[in-house]
Structure formats: C-alpha cells, structure tokens
Design a protein around this ligand. Structure first.
Ligand code: GLU
Length: 328
C-alpha cells in the first residue's frame, strides 16, 4: 500500500513538472499587455511552394513592426498538417487553404474522425491557389482521364493538394486505385517528373509556382485542364472551389490559357492568442503589403478589399477590430 502511494505521488509530481515545463516552455503570448516578448511560429509548406516565401515575409513583418514580438516561418507538409499544428498550439499562425480550414473547423471530410478544431480563427484571405495538373509532355496525358494507370504525384502527406487531387479524380470517376499515387512535395514531384519516375503531379499553389517554373525550364511539360462541366460539379459538392484560368505564358512554352479550379490561401491564427497581439499583427500586415509582394507575385493580390472574401473560419477578434477600424 505504501509503495502504491509513493508511486502515485511520483506520478502526480511528474505530471505537475510536465505541466509546468510545457506551460513555461512556450513563450507565446496568450495574455494581454505586459507579457514577455512573444516568439511566434508561422506554419507554411514545402520550400518550393508559395506559402514558404510568403510565410517568411509575414514573419519578418511581425519581427520588424510589432513591439515585443518576433516570428519564424517553418517548412511543413502544408494545409492539413498546418491546421493540426495550429489547433494544438504547436504554431501560432498558419497558411492554409480555405477549403481545408473549413473541413477542419467543422470536423468533416478528412477530419471526420477528429473533434472539430475549434482553436482555429481567420486573420485574412490572401490569394487564389490554383490546382495545377502538370504532366510530362511525352507521357500522352491530355486529360484527367489519361491519368489512369499512370504514376502520379498527389501532394505531400498532410497537404491540401492531396485532398484536391482525390476530389478532382473522383469528379472524373477515378480513385487512387486507378492510378499509382505517390505522396510527394512539389520539389520532390518536380525531381521525379524530370527523372521519369512520375508522369504527372498535382500542385495546389499560387501561380507561378517555383517548383513548376524550375521544372519547365529544363523539361517539356503540359498543363492538363479541368473542364467547365467538371468544375461546376466540383463547386456544387465543394463550394470553396472556383473556376479560373492559368494564363498563357505562366510557364515556359505554355502557349494557351488552361482551364482549372482554385481555392483561396488564407492566414489562420490560434483562437487563444490575445486580441491585442492579433490586432497589432493584422495592422502591421496590412501596412506592409509591399513586403509580401516583394516575396512572391501572389503576395501582390493581398489587400483590404478582398481580405474577407472566401473566409471560411470565424475571424479572430483582434483581426476583426482592425477591419472594423479601416473598412467602412
Ligand atoms: N496549398 C498547398 C497545400 O496546402 C501548399 C501551397 C504552397 O506551399 O504554396 O497543400
């Protein structure tokens, strides 16, 4: 009995120590004024995508303009991984697709076996992310149906790209059983296309995407279109898709416009970050948009007029306070 008691005491002590260490280990500000300086983490995506450079620019806007705060951008598997990191407090901000954040917040689609992620809030929507289907020009892939039997990169594990690949294939009556699916980041997909290990890749990202630009300089590619009928079917099932065009000339040797679908990139923030801190950061972001446009062309799309278009999460009160002040 005595032994049992001391083991229990030991467990209680261990638990207390763990709580204290975890509690003190994070110097993220959750309170109001007077907090210790905040070191904040921004979850992005692979290094050859668009989240990574824009997340880096956002982190430097915070570090340079928000008193007492500094931020770092982290490379990740992208949207699905990012909502998990954010919801469980491992990061403070995340770049994420608006379709994926909606599914996560509501506990549906790929999150239907998880509790709804109620620690996610919106800061702003940013720019369109086009689902680009890139094929090796010599593989004879001219439509999504032609992907049948081919080895296809469907996005990194934990990416929003991978969810889009599954949904678009399904709209054409295909599943992963009909293709050979490889879970690859954009950079890995480009390398594997170059080496002939995969014949096509799905890439959901702002255009031009560095991984595709680099690939197209040394390799002949073609972009596969999504027909308007299929786009409409997709939009009926998943309202966050929109029909878009990838303009001719986006990539080397791309002579024609290509029909595609897109979702929106957005910045999400932890619900439990303090209102004052999120207000200061939202203000700093919209007062330093030139830093975003210098990091990537799509950074130039970010503006106050469209900052709430396609918003799929409740807005964080700190961001809302800023928008209320500046938007009439
Ligand atoms: N939207 C992509 C995803 O979540 C990532 C895009 C990027 O890295 O720019 O899968």
């Amino acid at each position: 009995m005595k032994k049992f008691k001391s083991i229990s005491m030991l467990l209680v002590c261990l638990l207390l120590v763990t709580v204290l260490v975890v509690g003190c280990g994070s110097d993220n500000a959750t309170g109001g004024e007077g907090d210790a300086p905040s070191r904040l983490a921004v979850a992005t995506g692979g290094t050859t995508g668009v989240y990574y450079p824009l997340g880096g620019a956002f982190a430097s806007i915070i570090s340079e303009n928000v008193d007492g705060a500094s931020a770092n951008a982290e490379s990740t598997g992208a949207s699905v991984e990012n909502v998990n990191l954010l919801n469980f407090g491992n990061v403070d901000f995340a770049l994420v697709q608006n379709d994926i954040s909606y599914y996560a917040f509501n506990g549906i689609e790929m999150f239907d076996d998880q509790e709804p992620m109620d620690n996610l809030r919106g800061l702003a929507t940013l720019y369109p992310e086009t689902i680009q289907i890139v094929a090796d020009a010599s593989a004879g892939i001219n439509s999504v149906e032609d992907l049948r039997g081919k080895r296809v990169a469907v996005g990194a594990p934990g990416s929003g790209t991978e969810a889009n690949a599954r949904q678009i294939l399904a709209a054409y009556g295909l599943t992963y059983d009909d293709i050979q699916a490889d879970y690859l980041s954009f950079g890995e997909a480009a390398d594997n296309l170059k080496d002939g290990h995969v014949q096509a890749a799905f890439v959901t990202a702002g255009t031009p995407t560095a991984a595709i630009t680099d690939l197209a300089t040394t390799h002949n590619i073609n972009l596969v279109s999504v027909s308007s009928d299929i786009a409409q079917t997709l939009i009926a099932d998943y309202p966050y898709y929109a029909e878009v065009v990838i303009p001719a000339g986006t990539y080397r040797n791309q002579d024609e416009d290509v029909h595609a679908v897109a979702v929106m990139a957005m910045l999400a923030v932890r619900a439990d970050l303090s209102e004052d801190l999120v207000y200061d950061i939202t203000k700093a972001l919209f007062e330093n948009l030139d830093t975003l446009s210098a990091a990537h062309a799509r950074g130039g799309d970010v503006n106050l007029d469209t900052a709430l278009d396609g918003m799929s999460l409740e807005i964080h009160p700190g961001a809302q306070r800023y928008f209320d002040e500046v938007i009439n």
